[in-house]
Design a protein around this ligand. Structure first.
Ligand code: ADE
Ligand code: ZN
Length: 335
Protein backbone atom coordinates (compact mmCIF):
# COMPACT_ATOMS: atom_id res chain seq x y z
CA UNK A 1 0.00 0.00 0.00
CA UNK A 2 1.25 3.43 -0.89
CA UNK A 3 2.05 5.91 1.92
CA UNK A 4 1.10 8.82 -0.40
CA UNK A 5 -1.99 10.81 0.63
CA UNK A 6 -4.16 13.26 -1.27
CA UNK A 7 -3.31 16.07 1.18
CA UNK A 8 0.43 15.46 0.66
CA UNK A 9 0.04 15.62 -3.12
CA UNK A 10 -2.23 18.67 -3.12
CA UNK A 11 0.22 20.65 -0.99
CA UNK A 12 3.19 20.05 -3.31
CA UNK A 13 3.87 22.56 -6.13
CA UNK A 14 2.99 20.95 -9.45
CA UNK A 15 2.71 21.65 -13.17
CA UNK A 16 -0.17 21.02 -15.55
CA UNK A 17 1.44 21.05 -18.99
CA UNK A 18 -1.25 19.22 -20.94
CA UNK A 19 -4.74 20.60 -20.40
CA UNK A 20 -7.21 21.76 -23.06
CA UNK A 21 -9.19 24.92 -22.25
CA UNK A 22 -12.18 23.54 -24.20
CA UNK A 23 -12.03 20.43 -22.02
CA UNK A 24 -11.75 22.32 -18.72
CA UNK A 25 -15.36 23.51 -18.46
CA UNK A 26 -17.37 22.02 -15.62
CA UNK A 27 -20.93 21.09 -16.72
CA UNK A 28 -22.29 23.90 -14.52
CA UNK A 29 -20.06 26.42 -16.35
CA UNK A 30 -21.20 25.03 -19.70
CA UNK A 31 -24.83 25.63 -18.74
CA UNK A 32 -24.03 29.15 -17.51
CA UNK A 33 -22.26 29.97 -20.80
CA UNK A 34 -25.06 28.42 -22.89
CA UNK A 35 -27.61 30.55 -21.08
CA UNK A 36 -25.47 33.68 -21.49
CA UNK A 37 -25.36 33.06 -25.24
CA UNK A 38 -29.03 32.09 -25.69
CA UNK A 39 -28.18 28.48 -26.55
CA UNK A 40 -29.99 25.33 -25.47
CA UNK A 41 -27.88 22.26 -24.69
CA UNK A 42 -29.37 18.84 -25.49
CA UNK A 43 -29.08 17.73 -21.83
CA UNK A 44 -31.70 18.88 -19.31
CA UNK A 45 -29.19 19.64 -16.51
CA UNK A 46 -25.50 19.70 -15.58
CA UNK A 47 -26.02 16.38 -13.79
CA UNK A 48 -27.41 14.79 -16.96
CA UNK A 49 -24.46 16.14 -18.95
CA UNK A 50 -21.99 14.75 -16.42
CA UNK A 51 -23.75 11.39 -16.62
CA UNK A 52 -23.01 11.38 -20.38
CA UNK A 53 -19.26 11.34 -19.67
CA UNK A 54 -18.78 7.65 -20.50
CA UNK A 55 -16.62 7.24 -23.58
CA UNK A 56 -15.75 4.30 -25.79
CA UNK A 57 -12.59 5.84 -27.21
CA UNK A 58 -10.95 9.11 -28.28
CA UNK A 59 -13.24 9.83 -31.29
CA UNK A 60 -16.31 9.16 -29.11
CA UNK A 61 -15.02 11.71 -26.57
CA UNK A 62 -14.01 14.24 -29.22
CA UNK A 63 -17.55 14.28 -30.66
CA UNK A 64 -18.93 15.57 -27.34
CA UNK A 65 -15.91 17.82 -26.71
CA UNK A 66 -16.33 19.59 -30.08
CA UNK A 67 -20.10 19.86 -29.63
CA UNK A 68 -19.64 21.54 -26.25
CA UNK A 69 -17.29 24.14 -27.80
CA UNK A 70 -20.47 25.89 -29.03
CA UNK A 71 -20.96 27.53 -25.60
CA UNK A 72 -17.79 29.63 -26.01
CA UNK A 73 -18.64 32.65 -28.19
CA UNK A 74 -17.32 35.97 -26.91
CA UNK A 75 -14.06 37.40 -25.57
CA UNK A 76 -15.72 37.42 -22.14
CA UNK A 77 -16.52 33.68 -22.45
CA UNK A 78 -12.90 32.83 -23.32
CA UNK A 79 -11.71 35.04 -20.48
CA UNK A 80 -14.08 33.52 -17.92
CA UNK A 81 -13.36 29.93 -18.95
CA UNK A 82 -9.62 30.56 -18.64
CA UNK A 83 -10.00 32.32 -15.29
CA UNK A 84 -12.12 29.43 -13.96
CA UNK A 85 -9.49 26.86 -14.97
CA UNK A 86 -6.65 28.91 -13.48
CA UNK A 87 -8.51 29.33 -10.17
CA UNK A 88 -9.20 25.60 -9.99
CA UNK A 89 -5.62 24.68 -10.92
CA UNK A 90 -4.29 26.92 -8.20
CA UNK A 91 -6.55 25.28 -5.64
CA UNK A 92 -5.05 22.00 -6.82
CA UNK A 93 -1.56 23.26 -5.93
CA UNK A 94 -0.52 23.81 -9.55
CA UNK A 95 2.25 26.44 -9.60
CA UNK A 96 2.70 26.53 -13.39
CA UNK A 97 0.03 25.76 -16.00
CA UNK A 98 0.22 25.59 -19.79
CA UNK A 99 -3.16 25.74 -21.52
CA UNK A 100 -3.85 24.19 -24.92
CA UNK A 101 -6.39 25.98 -27.04
CA UNK A 102 -7.52 25.05 -30.58
CA UNK A 103 -8.87 28.07 -32.52
CA UNK A 104 -10.27 25.99 -35.42
CA UNK A 105 -13.40 24.91 -33.49
CA UNK A 106 -14.29 28.61 -33.25
CA UNK A 107 -12.99 30.18 -36.47
CA UNK A 108 -15.27 27.71 -38.31
CA UNK A 109 -18.19 29.42 -36.51
CA UNK A 110 -16.96 32.88 -37.52
CA UNK A 111 -15.58 33.89 -34.12
CA UNK A 112 -12.70 36.38 -34.48
CA UNK A 113 -9.28 35.09 -33.39
CA UNK A 114 -8.80 38.34 -31.45
CA UNK A 115 -11.77 37.51 -29.18
CA UNK A 116 -10.20 34.18 -28.30
CA UNK A 117 -6.62 35.37 -27.86
CA UNK A 118 -7.44 38.57 -25.96
CA UNK A 119 -9.88 36.73 -23.65
CA UNK A 120 -7.48 33.89 -22.84
CA UNK A 121 -4.30 35.97 -22.59
CA UNK A 122 -6.09 38.61 -20.50
CA UNK A 123 -7.17 36.02 -17.93
CA UNK A 124 -3.66 34.54 -17.82
CA UNK A 125 -2.10 37.97 -17.22
CA UNK A 126 -4.58 38.65 -14.37
CA UNK A 127 -3.88 35.28 -12.71
CA UNK A 128 -0.08 35.39 -12.75
CA UNK A 129 1.86 36.49 -9.69
CA UNK A 130 5.12 35.60 -7.93
CA UNK A 131 3.79 32.18 -6.93
CA UNK A 132 1.85 31.22 -10.04
CA UNK A 133 2.70 31.26 -13.75
CA UNK A 134 0.73 30.20 -16.80
CA UNK A 135 0.89 30.33 -20.57
CA UNK A 136 -0.91 29.49 -23.79
CA UNK A 137 -0.18 26.66 -26.25
CA UNK A 138 -1.99 27.08 -29.57
CA UNK A 139 -3.10 23.74 -30.92
CA UNK A 140 -4.20 22.67 -34.43
CA UNK A 141 -6.46 19.76 -35.38
CA UNK A 142 -4.73 16.79 -37.01
CA UNK A 143 -7.99 15.56 -38.60
CA UNK A 144 -8.05 18.74 -40.71
CA UNK A 145 -5.62 19.64 -43.50
CA UNK A 146 -2.07 20.89 -43.20
CA UNK A 147 -3.15 24.04 -45.05
CA UNK A 148 -5.76 24.67 -42.32
CA UNK A 149 -2.99 24.35 -39.73
CA UNK A 150 -0.91 26.93 -41.61
CA UNK A 151 -3.90 29.28 -41.50
CA UNK A 152 -3.94 29.04 -37.70
CA UNK A 153 -0.23 29.83 -37.57
CA UNK A 154 -0.79 32.94 -39.69
CA UNK A 155 -3.89 34.01 -37.71
CA UNK A 156 -2.16 33.97 -34.29
CA UNK A 157 0.98 35.71 -35.52
CA UNK A 158 0.03 39.09 -33.90
CA UNK A 159 0.13 37.37 -30.47
CA UNK A 160 3.29 35.33 -31.10
CA UNK A 161 5.26 37.02 -28.28
CA UNK A 162 2.72 35.69 -25.78
CA UNK A 163 2.35 32.14 -27.13
CA UNK A 164 4.49 29.53 -25.35
CA UNK A 165 4.28 26.90 -28.07
CA UNK A 166 2.43 25.32 -30.97
CA UNK A 167 0.90 21.83 -30.67
CA UNK A 168 -1.50 19.42 -32.33
CA UNK A 169 -4.42 17.32 -31.07
CA UNK A 170 -7.59 15.71 -32.40
CA UNK A 171 -8.39 12.30 -33.87
CA UNK A 172 -5.08 10.46 -34.02
CA UNK A 173 -5.49 7.21 -35.93
CA UNK A 174 -4.85 7.76 -39.64
CA UNK A 175 -3.37 11.22 -38.98
CA UNK A 176 0.33 10.62 -38.18
CA UNK A 177 2.56 13.53 -37.13
CA UNK A 178 4.46 13.31 -40.43
CA UNK A 179 1.32 14.49 -42.24
CA UNK A 180 2.22 17.88 -40.70
CA UNK A 181 6.00 17.85 -41.24
CA UNK A 182 6.06 21.15 -43.17
CA UNK A 183 3.77 22.78 -40.63
CA UNK A 184 5.99 21.83 -37.67
CA UNK A 185 9.07 23.00 -39.54
CA UNK A 186 7.38 26.35 -40.22
CA UNK A 187 6.33 26.75 -36.56
CA UNK A 188 9.90 25.96 -35.47
CA UNK A 189 11.36 28.35 -38.07
CA UNK A 190 9.05 31.05 -36.66
CA UNK A 191 10.74 30.48 -33.29
CA UNK A 192 8.02 28.51 -31.47
CA UNK A 193 8.64 25.53 -29.24
CA UNK A 194 6.50 22.70 -30.64
CA UNK A 195 4.76 19.63 -29.25
CA UNK A 196 2.44 17.00 -30.69
CA UNK A 197 -0.08 14.49 -29.33
CA UNK A 198 1.28 11.09 -30.38
CA UNK A 199 0.95 7.53 -29.18
CA UNK A 200 -2.32 8.05 -27.31
CA UNK A 201 -4.55 5.81 -29.48
CA UNK A 202 -2.00 5.73 -32.27
CA UNK A 203 0.97 3.33 -32.45
CA UNK A 204 4.57 3.66 -31.25
CA UNK A 205 5.50 4.57 -34.85
CA UNK A 206 3.68 7.89 -34.37
CA UNK A 207 5.87 8.63 -31.33
CA UNK A 208 8.92 7.87 -33.47
CA UNK A 209 7.50 10.34 -36.04
CA UNK A 210 7.19 12.94 -33.30
CA UNK A 211 10.83 12.45 -32.27
CA UNK A 212 11.90 12.77 -35.90
CA UNK A 213 9.99 16.08 -36.15
CA UNK A 214 12.24 17.47 -33.37
CA UNK A 215 9.37 18.60 -31.17
CA UNK A 216 10.31 19.71 -27.62
CA UNK A 217 7.64 17.58 -25.95
CA UNK A 218 5.33 14.71 -26.84
CA UNK A 219 1.78 14.73 -25.46
CA UNK A 220 0.72 11.30 -24.15
CA UNK A 221 3.36 9.15 -25.91
CA UNK A 222 2.35 6.09 -23.88
CA UNK A 223 2.33 3.78 -26.93
CA UNK A 224 6.14 4.13 -26.95
CA UNK A 225 6.22 1.60 -24.12
CA UNK A 226 5.63 -1.15 -26.72
CA UNK A 227 8.97 -0.37 -28.42
CA UNK A 228 12.06 -0.79 -26.16
CA UNK A 229 14.40 0.93 -28.64
CA UNK A 230 12.07 3.94 -28.75
CA UNK A 231 11.88 4.04 -24.93
CA UNK A 232 15.68 4.06 -24.82
CA UNK A 233 15.80 6.91 -27.37
CA UNK A 234 13.22 8.96 -25.44
CA UNK A 235 15.24 8.50 -22.26
CA UNK A 236 18.56 9.31 -23.94
CA UNK A 237 17.21 12.43 -25.62
CA UNK A 238 15.33 13.58 -22.51
CA UNK A 239 12.21 14.43 -24.53
CA UNK A 240 9.37 14.87 -22.00
CA UNK A 241 6.10 12.98 -22.29
CA UNK A 242 3.07 14.83 -20.90
CA UNK A 243 1.09 11.81 -19.73
CA UNK A 244 -2.59 12.01 -18.68
CA UNK A 245 -3.35 8.79 -16.81
CA UNK A 246 -7.06 9.28 -15.98
CA UNK A 247 -7.68 10.39 -19.57
CA UNK A 248 -6.04 7.20 -20.82
CA UNK A 249 -8.17 5.16 -18.44
CA UNK A 250 -11.46 6.86 -19.38
CA UNK A 251 -10.74 6.64 -23.12
CA UNK A 252 -9.85 2.97 -22.84
CA UNK A 253 -6.25 3.48 -23.94
CA UNK A 254 -5.40 1.19 -21.00
CA UNK A 255 -7.64 -1.43 -19.35
CA UNK A 256 -6.67 -0.25 -15.84
CA UNK A 257 -4.23 2.17 -14.21
CA UNK A 258 -2.30 -0.83 -12.89
CA UNK A 259 -1.62 -1.70 -16.54
CA UNK A 260 -0.65 1.89 -17.44
CA UNK A 261 2.97 2.29 -18.64
CA UNK A 262 3.67 5.49 -16.62
CA UNK A 263 5.68 3.69 -13.93
CA UNK A 264 7.68 1.56 -16.35
CA UNK A 265 8.51 4.61 -18.51
CA UNK A 266 9.57 6.54 -15.39
CA UNK A 267 11.74 3.64 -14.20
CA UNK A 268 13.31 3.41 -17.69
CA UNK A 269 14.48 7.02 -17.29
CA UNK A 270 11.95 8.71 -19.60
CA UNK A 271 11.08 12.26 -18.55
CA UNK A 272 7.39 11.58 -17.87
CA UNK A 273 5.07 14.16 -16.32
CA UNK A 274 1.50 13.81 -15.02
CA UNK A 275 -1.22 16.12 -16.37
CA UNK A 276 -4.99 16.51 -16.47
CA UNK A 277 -5.92 16.73 -20.25
CA UNK A 278 -9.68 17.49 -19.94
CA UNK A 279 -10.19 17.28 -16.17
CA UNK A 280 -13.99 17.36 -15.61
CA UNK A 281 -14.51 14.89 -18.47
CA UNK A 282 -12.06 12.38 -17.00
CA UNK A 283 -12.80 12.78 -13.30
CA UNK A 284 -9.63 14.35 -12.01
CA UNK A 285 -7.25 17.27 -11.80
CA UNK A 286 -3.50 16.82 -11.38
CA UNK A 287 -3.73 15.75 -7.73
CA UNK A 288 -6.33 13.06 -8.50
CA UNK A 289 -4.20 11.82 -11.41
CA UNK A 290 -1.13 11.56 -9.18
CA UNK A 291 -3.06 9.90 -6.35
CA UNK A 292 -4.69 7.33 -8.62
CA UNK A 293 -1.28 6.45 -10.10
CA UNK A 294 0.41 6.29 -6.69
CA UNK A 295 -2.25 3.84 -5.54
CA UNK A 296 -2.52 1.70 -8.68
CA UNK A 297 1.22 1.56 -9.42
CA UNK A 298 2.49 1.71 -5.84
CA UNK A 299 4.68 4.72 -6.66
CA UNK A 300 7.19 5.70 -3.98
CA UNK A 301 7.53 9.19 -2.56
CA UNK A 302 10.80 9.56 -4.51
CA UNK A 303 9.02 8.60 -7.74
CA UNK A 304 6.27 11.17 -7.13
CA UNK A 305 8.94 13.82 -6.50
CA UNK A 306 10.69 12.81 -9.75
CA UNK A 307 7.40 13.23 -11.68
CA UNK A 308 7.02 16.75 -10.27
CA UNK A 309 10.67 17.64 -11.02
CA UNK A 310 10.16 16.36 -14.57
CA UNK A 311 7.23 18.78 -14.89
CA UNK A 312 9.42 21.73 -13.91
CA UNK A 313 12.16 20.60 -16.32
CA UNK A 314 9.64 20.17 -19.16
CA UNK A 315 7.90 23.55 -18.61
CA UNK A 316 8.37 26.44 -21.03
CA UNK A 317 9.55 28.92 -18.40
CA UNK A 318 12.60 31.20 -18.05
CA UNK A 319 15.44 29.55 -16.10
CA UNK A 320 14.97 31.70 -12.94
CA UNK A 321 11.32 30.59 -12.76
CA UNK A 322 12.36 26.94 -13.23
CA UNK A 323 14.86 27.28 -10.37
CA UNK A 324 12.16 28.88 -8.19
CA UNK A 325 9.77 25.98 -8.88
CA UNK A 326 12.42 23.43 -7.93
CA UNK A 327 13.25 25.43 -4.77
CA UNK A 328 9.56 25.65 -3.83
CA UNK A 329 9.29 21.85 -4.07
CA UNK A 330 12.41 21.38 -1.91
CA UNK A 331 11.00 23.76 0.70
CA UNK A 332 7.64 22.03 0.64
CA UNK A 333 9.24 18.59 1.12
CA UNK A 334 11.42 19.88 3.94
CA UNK A 335 8.51 21.59 5.71
N1 ADE B 1 -8.19 17.28 -27.51
C1 ADE B 1 -8.63 17.31 -26.24
N2 ADE B 1 -8.29 16.20 -25.58
C2 ADE B 1 -7.61 15.43 -26.47
C3 ADE B 1 -6.99 14.17 -26.39
N3 ADE B 1 -7.00 13.43 -25.26
N4 ADE B 1 -6.39 13.69 -27.50
C4 ADE B 1 -6.38 14.39 -28.62
N5 ADE B 1 -6.93 15.59 -28.74
C5 ADE B 1 -7.55 16.11 -27.68
ZN1 ZN C 1 -4.63 16.29 -24.90
Amino acid sequence: MTEITEAFLRALPKTDLHMHLEGSLEPETMFMLAQRNGLTLRWPSPEALRAAYAFRDLPDFLALYFEACAVLCSERDFHDATAAYLRRARQDGVAHAEIFFGPQSFTERGIPVAAMMDGILGAIAEAEDAAFSAGLLVSVHRHRSEEAAFEVLRAVEPWSDRILGIGMGGAEIGNPPMKFARFFRAAQDAGFPTMVHAGEEGPAAYVRDALDLDVQRIDHGVAAAADPALVADLAARGVPLTVCPLSNLRLNVVPSLAAHPLASLLRAGVRVTVNSDDPPYFGGWVTENLLACAQAMDLSRAEIVQLLRNGFDAAFVPEPRRAALHAQLEASLAG
